[in-house]
Design a protein around this ligand. Structure first.
Ligand code: FAD
Length: 463
């Protein structure tokens, strides 16, 4: 057994761990990066990038088969070759992963340790069978894993998670997606547009992605119910493996019980932090109910120890840019300990890459104090440019603070949501009032004119 003595040990070479390692090194610390799985990051291997590749193919199929209302006819079939679709998803995914792996390989070999890390005590890690690392500070950046509820765990290879989808060689015929969160909606709609018979089953609370505004959630529910078989409130009563299929019995919101058979169940029922294999019981860290070290969300420090927790591992904002920001700050604080600094967070922004897209900026509707804000609204159904493009489905709420007239948040489903989300997040971070936002230029005819309508309606309610 060899023991290395370092300043900073980073556990996990993902989107949080890589910037943590680099930030610690930039501070002059002797740092090591420990990885127990494949290099490449969740985002590039099985997350952001392959999901967007699948969605890009789905959008191409959708556009090719939606031209007739413009008087443009695609004569003959729009043919989707599942093998070619999946081949492109995998090969482009491999390209993105390759860039990450190249970056890792450029790090000094002595800084890269392979194997699962476990705590032996507060400052000592066991890595694999033959290495121990004594570290002055430790960054936990171990990411998260899909939750597979117990009732599906005995059904074998017909129960899959996002990781498995991106390994498919061909598209299946019929899939049930369990969970109407971000991943379930994105993959469910994409598969449906690619010709897979999709049934998407949401949970008891009828959530649609991350939306917390009940009007926007209801509108989004209607949009997806029209697009494919979406049971936003369903209760799965039984799941049984029969040959190469899975039989599902579920109860719909209206009480009807449905029996159906699927090639695959795609479980998208949430993710949990990867902390189970860290042997945290060997430390003096206080753990929360999910076994995650209790930590300060500003400095990312766990208790009073020189241990920091960043990215999906802390279970708070499971998004790529948040993981990267947290990783950088955790690495810096680990290197500078005890001189730790708070992380200055960017304006909250999240996007669901469905069509129409869902986005949220700033304060969630559910977190606003009832009397402190007004709502401005726009429907994209009659919005000029959206209608020109036949993408006129959507509803937006913007929230403005009564006292300061400042824009504080928005939730919506609508066209170009990913781009509009950036405009609004930048306005929020600049602490703009709705009046200052309305003084900005709006070109004609653009989807952003819809945002102006929503801001004007908020301003009128503030007057
Ligand atoms: C299908 C899907 C789509 C997504 N789409 C988006 C998107 O469009 N936009 C967006 O912002 N975010 C998206 N995300 C979320 C984003 O991918 C994550 O927030 C981000 O990858 C988290 O990075 P991380 O560093 O925390 O974890 P990871 O990148 O998973 O890194 C954690 C690393 O730790 C390693 N590890 C775990 N335990 C140990 C141990 N004990 N010892 C050593 N190593 C260990 C793991 O092997 C892994 O390599 C998506 C996620 C999924 C699953």
């Amino acid at each position: 057994m060899k023991t290395l003595n370092v300043d900073v040990a980073v556990i996990g070479a993902g989107s949080a761990g890589l910037p943590a390692y680099r930030a610690a090194k930039a501070e002059g610390a002797r740092a090591v990066l420990i990885e127990g799985g494949p290099y490449g990051t969740t985002c590039a291997r099985v997350g952001c990038m392959p999901s967007k590749l699948l969605i890009a193919a789905a959008d191409a199929a959708h556009h090719a088969s939606s031209t007739a209302p413009f008087g443009v006819y695609v004569d003959g079939n729009v043919r989707i070759d599942g093998r070619d679709v999946m081949r492109r998803v995998r090969s482009e995914r491999d390209r993105f992963v390759g860039f990450v792996v190249e970056g890792v390989e450029q790090m000094p070999a002595e800084d890269r340790l392979r194997g699962d890390a476990q705590f032996v005590d507060d400052g000592l890690l066991q890595v694999g069978d033959d290495t121990r690392v004594r570290a002055r500070s430790i960054v936990i950046a171990t990411g998260s894993t899909p939750v597979v509820p117990a009732m599906y765990r005995t059904l074998g290879d017909r129960v899959v998670v996002n990781d498995d989808v991106f390994e498919w060689q061909d598209l299946p015929r019929k899939v049930a997606v369990i969970g109407a969160g971000v991943i379930g909606l994105e993959l469910g709609q994409a598969l449906s547009r690619l010709g897979v018979a999709v049934t998407l089953l949401g949970g008891a609370r009828g959530h649609v992605g991350p939306l917390s505004d009940p009007d926007i959630a209801a509108y989004a529910r209607g949009v997806f119910e029209q697009a494919f078989r979406f049971e936003s409130r369903a209760h799965v009563e039984a799941a049984t493996r029969v040959g190469d299929t899975v039989q599902l019995r579920y109860r719909r919101a209206d009480g009807d019980v449905v029996d159906d058979t699927f090639d695959y169940l795609l479980i998208a029922a949430g993710r949990r932090p990867n902390v189970g294999r860290l042997a945290l019981h060997n430390t003096s860290l206080a753990l929360d109910g999910d076994g995650v070290p209790v930590y300060d969300p500003l400095t990312l420090q766990a208790g009073g120890q020189p241990v920091f927790i960043a990215g999906d591992a802390n279970g708070v904002l499971p998004l790529l840019h948040e993981a990267a920001d947290e990783g950088r700050m955790a690495g810096l604080n680990a290197a500078r300990f005890p001189a730790v600094q708070p992380l200055v967070r960017r304006a909250p922004i999240s996007v669901v890459f469905t069509d129409p897209g869902i986005a949220m900026v700033g304060a969630r509707h559910a977190d606003l104090a009832p009397d402190a804000y007004v709502v401005g609204e726009v429907s994209f159904e009659d919005q000029g440019r959206s209608r020109v493009m036949l993408r006129n489905r959507g509803l937006m709420h913007v929230y403005a603070d009564r006292a300061t007239r400042r824009f504080v948040g928005a939730e919506w489903i609508g066209p170009d949501a990913e781009h509009i989300a950036h405009l609004l997040a930048w306005a929020l971070q600049m602490k703009l009032t709705v009046d200052a936002m309305l003084a900005m230029p709006f070109y004609h005819p653009v989807v952003e004119e819809g945002v102006r309508t929503a801001l004007r309606s908020a301003a009128a309610r503030l007057a």
